[in-house]
Design a protein around this ligand. Structure first.
Ligand code: GDP
Length: 176
């Protein structure tokens, strides 16, 4: 028996962006599970793990808490991750600058150099959501810092599932 390789994907972003909802949506989309998994830990602890198998790849997702004091923990996972999903609450204009700064700090970390980064403009089901083009504009200011790495901005609704399959497809292509 050959052991299938397992890839690690980090799900990060500010608190309330929809990270945990996204992880649950990924699991239900690809593994047919519903509801919160047993390894769901209280949000303050800030860590959820989910595994899926898709297109012959095993992917382990780490949903890390987004509160300020938890962001320092993200870097502990950087050296072991193969891709990063950065979730943005598209309805929260007030925190867009903070979101951009957080994203910038992340991509500037040497440990994630060259790691593919997928930005997910979440909550697109809500009428007040900024369009993906508007989100892109904000992050374009720091695009040069992404260097040569693969990156993309996609619109999703973690709640309703729109765009989630496309997001995972994008990642899988970069993992293999
Ligand atoms: P986290 O702190 O990043 O893990 O965010 P959560 O997954 O806990 O979500 C925060 C809140 O946003 C919850 O009330 C979710 O139901 C809501 N939410 C997450 N994703 C979506 C989405 O795509 N659409 C809508 N309308 N609400 C969402």
């Amino acid at each position: 028996l050959t052991q299938k390789e397992e890839y690690n994907v980090l799900i990060i972003g500010l608190d309330n962006a929809g990270k945990t909802t996204l992880l649950e949506r990924i699991k239900s989309t690809f593994m047919g599970t519903i509801g919160l998994s047993p390894d769901k830990i209280a949000p303050t602890v800030g860590l959820n793990i989910g595994r899926i198998e898709v297109q012959g790849a095993r992917i382990k997702f780490w949903d890390l808490g987004g509160q300020q004091d938890l962001q320092s923990i993200w870097s502990r996972y950087y050296s072991e991750c193969h891709a990063i999903a950065f979730v943005v609450d598209s309805t929260d204009q007030r925190r867009l600058e903070e979101c951009k700064d957080t994203f910038e700090t992340m991509i500037m970390n040497d440990l994630v150099e060259g790691v593919p980064v997928l930005m997910l403009a979440n909550k697109q089901d809500l009428p007040n959501a900024l369009r993906v083009e508007e989100i892109k504009e904000v992050f374009n200011k720091i695009a040069v810092k992404l260097g040569a790495r693969d990156s993309r901005v996609l619109s999703v609704s973690a709640l309703e599932g729109d765009g989630v399959r496309e997001a995972i497809d994008w990642m899988i292509k970069r993992l293999q």
